[in-house]
Design a protein around this ligand. Structure first.
Ligand SMILES: NC(=O)c1ccc[n+]([C@@H]2O[C@H](COP(=O)([O-])OP(=O)(O)OC[C@H]3O[C@@H](n4cnc5c(N)ncnc54)[C@H](O)[C@@H]3O)[C@@H](O)[C@H]2O)c1
Ligand SMILES: O=C(O)C[C@H](O)C(=O)O
Length: 332
């Protein structure tokens, strides 16, 4: 049987913690399926190249049948050459006591260079998923720096937040996690994000009919999800890595697969849907159709509380954009 040509995937920060949890899942077929060959372009900064060599040796030692090639490089033009997917993980993670936005000044400029290199060297059909924080604004910076790549091909990750929120609700309701559906996390990947429990279903019922304690939903559930990243850093001494890598796999699978029922949370460029400010990368409910095009799901009813929460998170994104674009000399 003739094999598909490989899908070429660039991963930045490939020798980091998320990279170490992610690469083996891509190479084993969990991201693109058991019949789809993959080639990996692993990108690191110079000080990470020795560690990257070790990671590449381990990939060899797995003898993955689907893995056709591993490129190791610190050169962005080589790293993004002809890639179908660019997973932008590499950047400095926050430490205890920092907010993700504190990383703007450190990481923002990295995404200008990466955006330009993607623009010049990747396939025009490349899809870009930004994980490095603050991921929404970094994604916007990369998108602005890649004017020849359609805006619709840029995404930032809130699937980890969706997964966290689903587990919190499932544990509270005492049901298996797959019973929790239609849960959209709105806004910024920051403590202001809003996991919309009002429109969530638990075992096909309204979540608020199953968990009737609205005080818990508003004052325990919402902040627990928003601050989960910080709680992991406090407990583990390092930011989430395996669960983040798992969410990257979920995000790419979501974008590659027609959505059955419901929707998933992905950060995309707002065109003003649900009164979100156009021109920011914000988390919205996304559905993928049978031919692989995504769209924002329409018709979700948001009450005044939900609208206020989403507005606060999007206001924060407007402020991040103002600060970052000011520092980097980018225009809206
Ligand atoms: N969006 C999310 O849900 C989510 C979840 C978890 C972590 N993150 C973020 O992901 C990022 C990576 O986390 P990690 O735990 O893997 O960090 P890490 O420090 O373990 O690894 C980061 C790697 O990136 C490399 N790197 C740094 N700058 C680079 C550049 N300009 N180009 C290429 N590589 C570069 C480093 O050498 C390092 O190997 C952090 O910003 C973290 O905050 C996001
Ligand atoms: O919280 C962080 O800084 C890491 C990541 O964004 C997370 O949500 O776990």
């Amino acid at each position: 049987m003739k094999k598909n040509p490989p899908i070429r995937v660039a991963v930045t920060g490939a020798a980091g913690n998320i990279g170490y949890a992610l690469l083996f899942r891509i190479a084993s077929g969990q991201m693109f399926g058991p019949d789809q060959p993959v080639a990996l372009n692993l990108i690191e900064i110079e000080p990470g190249m020795d560690a990257l060599k070790g990671v590449a040796m381990e990939l060899d030692d797995c003898a993955f049948p689907l893995l056709t090639e591993v490129v190791q490089t610190s050169d962005l033009s080589e790293g993004f050459k002809d890639v179908d997917w660019a997973l932008l993980v590499g950047s400095v993670p926050r430490k205890q006591g920092m907010e993700r936005a504190d990383l703007l000044g450190i990481n923002g400029k990295v995404f200008v260079g990466q955006g330009k290199a993607i623009n010049d060297h990747a396939k025009k059909s490349v899809r870009v998923v930004v994980v490095g924080n603050p991921c929404n604004t970094n994604c916007l910076i990369a998108m602005k720096s890649a004017p020849d790549i359609p805006d619709e091909q840029f995404f930032a990750m809130t699937r980890l937040d969706e997964n966290r929120a689903k587990t919190q609700l499932a544990q509270k309701a005492g049901v298996p996690v797959q019973e929790v559906t239609e849960l959209c996390v709105w806004g910024n990947h920051s403590p202001t994000m809003f996991p919309d429990f009002y429109n969530t279903k638990i075992s096909r019922q309204k979540a608020t009919d199953v968990i009737t304690d609205e005080d818990w939903l508003k004052n325990t559930f919402v902040p627990t999800v928003g601050k989960r990243g910080a709680a992991i850093i406090a407990a583990r001494g390092a930011s989430s890595a395996a669960s983040a890598a798992n969410a990257v796999v979920d995000t790419v699978c979501d974008l590659n697969t027609p959505t059955r029922g419901g929707f998933h949370s992905v950060c995309v460029l707002s065109k003003g849907e649900y009164d979100t400010p156009a021109g920011i990368i914000t988390s919205l409910p996304i559905k993928v159709d049978a031919v692989g095009n995504w769209r924002v799901v329409e018709g979700i009813q948001l009450n005044d509380y939900a609208k206020a929460q989403i507005k606060a998170s999007n206001d924060e994104l407007l402020e991040e954009r103002k600060v970052a674009f000011g520092q980097l000399g980018l225009s809206v």
